[in-house]
Ligand binder design. Structure first.
Ligand code: PLP
Length: 413
């Protein structure tokens, strides 16, 4: 298979991946034992994509079960508060399960069923992807097993209960730091011995080819809907799209349908955490390396060991970022910035109080950066911020944090 992508002439950015890569990034750095499964997945995905029956079934689940299309809401009071561009919110917080994760999970679960698999395996950090996978397993009648680090299990009890209520089995992982990366290793180990009957359901635009492409294609429904809705409301395309970036799936789903429209600018927002020594800003502070089967920008030490990350938003707390984002950053197609824990908390409150929408802390990062940009733009300009999820899951974190802030200010206990 040709991997020298420099010799391939690319006319449009939407043509990527070519030979499993986005420019030099991506690829399939996987153990030999998984290669047959990855090749079979690639072939099955291509066949499914070409099958109108498959696409119609997915559409039916998206609409009747998932609640799509989600609204594109003109945030009038937020725009007035900011002054400047007109701000729209893409309401992925209203998707079944409370986040955009459903879009990809439902697509992959249907693909697994089509491939004749009877079992889904997935890893989860904060539990959001695990819950979405358990939902899809339940609705399709597929056995579902989720790997989760013991530390995360203790931090995210409610999501463990949710997964179990939905009929999934949660396997605690005790190796390493007992967090997400160790859970991924265990899931891969399981898959290596169970590929016959199991599908490994990856939750973001990461992993070996074809996962980054599959996840992007299932998430592009976000951007496709924005395009149609914007043309109906404003009779033109937006000027700026803003989305938070953990692994990068809600951002890629938002950006991708517009990638060949160079006049539509992209802003990806990474977790700035507590500052450069405690963040999860892979594109800002990472180096090129290989993580979970793909070449990408990631946070690592001088020996290539993956660094510990921090973000107040569990969904952004991942040391790598999808290969397609790594390419967009390098060629300047998208711009990436960081937003700190504190800034995200302030946007969390602002959105709650000016729009009556409590966003996920992940999404609050995008809201903060989107407001900053909109302020500097002209009143005729259009900004869309993707609200990747709702904030119910974050209430305890926020209350603990704001409570601390108040007592630090000496006003309240
Ligand atoms: C998981 C999650 C994210 C981060 O994942 P991406 O793949 O970067 O989109 C962002 N927001 C919410 C609400 C999430 O649950």
């Amino acid at each position: 298979m040709p991997t020298d992508t420099k010799s391939v002439k690319v006319k449009k950015l939407s043509q990527w991946p070519i030979a499993g890569r986005f420019g030099p990034y991506g690829g399939r750095y996987a153990p030999e034992i998984l290669m047959p499964a990855l090749l079979a997945l690639e072939a099955a995905y291509q066949a499914a994509q070409a099958d109108e029956g498959f696409r119609a079934e997915l559409r039916r689940y998206q609409e009747d079960y998932g609640g799509r299309p989600t609204p594109l809401y003109r945030a009038k009071r937020l725009s007035e508060l900011v002054g400047g561009a007109r701000i729209y919110l893409k309401r992925e917080d209203l998707v079944h399960g409370g986040a955009h994760k459903f879009n990809n999970v439902m697509g992959q679960a249907l693909l697994a069923q089509r491939m004749g698999k009877s079992r889904l395996i997935a890893e989860t950090g904060a539990g959001q992807h695990g819950v979405a996978t358990a939902m899809a397993g339940a609705v399709l009648g597929l056995k579902t097993e989720i790997y989760m680090g013991q530390v995360d299990i203790e931090r995210q009890r409610a999501n463990v209960y949710r997964m179990e209520l939905l009929g999934a089995q949660v396997h605690p992982v005790h190796t390493g730091t007992a967090t997400l990366k160790d859970a991924i290793n265990e899931a891969l180990r399981d898959w290596a011995t169970s590929v016959q009957d199991s599908h490994y359901l990856i939750g973001s635009v990461v992993g070996p080819h074809p996962y980054p492409q599959i996840v992007r294609d299932f998430q592009r429904v976000i951007g496709d809907e924005i395009e149609g809705q914007m043309l109906r409301k404003e009779h033109r395309l937006p000027d700026l799209l803003v989305a938070c970036v953990g692994g990068g799936s809600n951002a890629m789903g938002t950006f991708f349908p517009f990638v060949d429209h160079r006049e539509v600018r992209f802003l990806g927002v990474e977790a700035g955490g507590r500052g450069p020594d405690a963040d999860a800003a892979s594109l800002q502070h990472g180096q090129i390396g290989v993580l979970h089967g793909a070449k990408m920008r990631l946070l690592q030490d001088e020996w290539g060991q993956v660094s510990a990350t921090h973000s107040i938003a569990a969904g952004l707390d991942y040391p790598g970022v999808g290969p397609e984002h790594t390419l967009y950053q390098e060629i300047g197609r998208a711009e990436y910035v960081t937003v700190s824990d504190e800034q995200a908390l302030s946007a969390f409150q602002t959105l709650s109080q000016t729009c009556g929408i409590i966003p996920a802390l992940e999404s609050a990062h995008a809201v903060y950066a989107g407001m900053e940009r909109a302020r500097a733009m002209g009143p005729g300009q259009l900004v869309v911020i993707t609200l990747s999820g709702r904030g119910d899951k974050d209430l305890e974190t926020v209350i603990a944090h704001l409570g601390r802030q108040r007592s630090a200010g000496g006003q309240e206990q």
